[in-house]
Structure formats: C-alpha cells, structure tokens
Design a protein around this ligand. Sequence first.
Ligand code: SF4
Length: 168
Amino acid sequence: MEKEKILISACLLGQFVRYDGGTSTVSNPILNRWDTEDRLIPICPEMAGGLPAPRPPAEIIKADTEGVMRGINEVRTKQGDNVSSFFLDGARQALALAVEHDIQLAILKEGSPACGSRQINDGSFSGRKTAGQGITTCLLRQNGIRVFNEKQIAKAAKYLGKLGQSRS
Ligand code: SF4
C-alpha cells in the first residue's frame, strides 16, 4: 500500500513564495524523513490562486475567515484591494491536490491568511494577532483534513501513525 502523503506549505520547504519573496524554511528531522520517503506534497495557496511573489501582504478583515468562505467578508491588502478570489481559488486548488493524493493531514505555516491554523492577523494591519485560521486551512478542515502548524510536526507524526494503523 502507498504511504500516506502530507500536504505542506511550500514556503516551509524553502520555496521562495512568501509575500516578501522569501521563504520560511523549517529544518526538522521528521520533515527530512518524510521528504526522503516522498510523502510531501507542497503548495503555496496564494501563488496557486494567481498571486505573484513578492506581493502586497493581505489580511482577513476582522479575522472572519468563515465570512470570506460565505462571501460576506473580504481578504484585503493594506491598500484596500479585495484579493479574496485569489485566496479562495488557491484554497480550492489545495483541496483538489489533497483529494488527488488521498491526503488527510496538512502542515501549514502558522499566522498566514491562507495557511494559519491557530493564529492570524486581526485584519487591522497593525501586526496584532488573534485566534483564527487562514482560508486554505478552513476549507481543508471543512473537508475533514487535519491541519497542524510547523511547530506541531511531532504531533502531526503521531497522527500520521494512527492513520497508518487505521488503514492497514
Ligand atoms: S500562502 Fe502559505 S505557502 Fe504560500 S507563502 Fe504564505 S504561508 Fe507560505
């Protein structure tokens, strides 16, 4: 049986996809092992949705992610541009990739308006964080995929172990 795959934010693997053109590379032995086992499926949802790198930083107004999903709130740049459609399209592509690879587990970069899973900016462009999740995280969770951040890789590995047992 094929090993379970893991969806992962591309910036965590050293790809230059962040809004500032940089990376958020994580060095972790578990990630290295998964990489050699060919389990990691990277995606940058913001770029998959059509945004370039670098790009203006964006935030979810009032951190109301579910509102964006329902079409009653927006993801905006500081200049006020509505970039919601890029974020929603990127989230749909991340979900499609997860479905294609039968993925049940994702490791996404904390704090991002696309990939955050516990905290995001509060939408005021003041640097304040609040409890919340990004657009891609929200869509993945709505479809039963467990999302961990880059500081929870050991926890994610335990979950992966349980998945492996339940599938065997
Ligand atoms: S959208 Fe996600 S993968 Fe892309 S740069 Fe931001 S945190 Fe990284």
